[in-house]
Design a protein around this ligand. Structure first.
Ligand SMILES: Nc1ncnc2c1ncn2[C@@H]1O[C@H](COP(=O)(O)OP(=O)(O)O)[C@@H](O)[C@H]1O
Ligand SMILES: [Mg+2]
Length: 235
């Protein structure tokens, strides 16, 4: 029950732009257990996206350790890291990042092509995933024929394509109206409660963070608060 799915020790990230060095994370320690539902808050520039990109194996820390299911990802080659990402992590972005000239269905199928899943199973699974986010009747729509909330639901279906245990979402409701934001948070809640996914979201809004069980606050590349939103055992 207390499986440490993510463990970070003394993790630092420095962006070296040539002229100046920006310390985006200052020796962070963080442990996340399998099945947690977490939000990350903090002012713009506090290091939230930097952390998410490293957690999602899209980037590497400058120093320190990142253990993903006990394996130090620092020791992996770029190719190995891509494989880990494709299998274990579903990433959702603020701006959806859908491929614009491609249907909702094909967008959801894409990670499965990289995952080398056969055409028939791919399509079947993509349809099922779209159905689960309430978009069964939108599978042949192009992204520009969908509302913001619908685009984000396609992006979530795509993130789930290879059945990752961990879902990372960087400001997933940042471009959405409040009604769509609630719908998106309800989907994340379901994924956590029903499917047992470990879900980590970045948000600026306290209302959105309140959906989760644990709120971690960043300031200037440091964790300044780590709190649980409800009593243990309460739901
Ligand atoms: N690719 C980059 N190159 C240089 N500096 C960066 C880069 N990405 C982020 N930063 C800097 O790192 C700090 C943290 O940024 P970020 O993680 O994006 O913060 P947040 O997501 O909390 O707004 C900021 O000072 C930002 O300007
Ligand atoms: Mg950010």
């Amino acid at each position: 029950m207390t499986h440490e799915i993510i463990k970070i020790e003394g993790m630092t990230k420095v962006y070296d732009t040539g002229e100046i060095q920006v310390a985006a994370l200052n020796s962070i320690d963080l442990t996340i257990h399998k099945g947690e539902f977490i939000s990350i808050m903090g002012a713009s520039g506090s290091g939230k996206s930097t952390l998410m990109n490293i957690l999602g194996c899209l980037d590497r820390p400058t120093s320190g350790h990142y253990y993903l299911e006990g394996v130090d990802v620092m020791e992996k080659s770029d190719n190995e890291l891509s494989a880990v990402r494709n299998k274990k992590i579903g990433f959702v972005f603020q701006s959806f990042n859908l491929i614009s000239r491609t249907s909702a269905l094909k967008n959801v199928e894409l990670p499965m092509i990289y995952g080398k899943i056969g055409a028939e199973e791919r399509k079947e699974r993509a349809l099922e995933l779209l159905k689960n986010v309430g978009l069964a009747d939108r599978s042949h729509h192009m992204p520009n024929e969908l509302s913001g909330g619908q685009k984000q639901r396609v992006a979530i279906a795509r993130a789930l394509a290879n059945k990752p245990q961990i879902i990372l979402a960087d400001e997933p409701t940042g471009n959405l109206d409040s009604q769509s934001s609630v719908e998106i948070m309800e989907i994340f809640t379901q994924l956590n409660r029903k499917e047992g996914n470990t879900v980590i979201i970045v948000t600026h809004e306290r209302d959105i963070a309140e959906f989760t069980d644990r709120i971690i606050t960043f300031k200037d590349g440091n964790i300044i608060r780590d709190e649980y939103t409800r009593e243990v055992g309460q739901c």
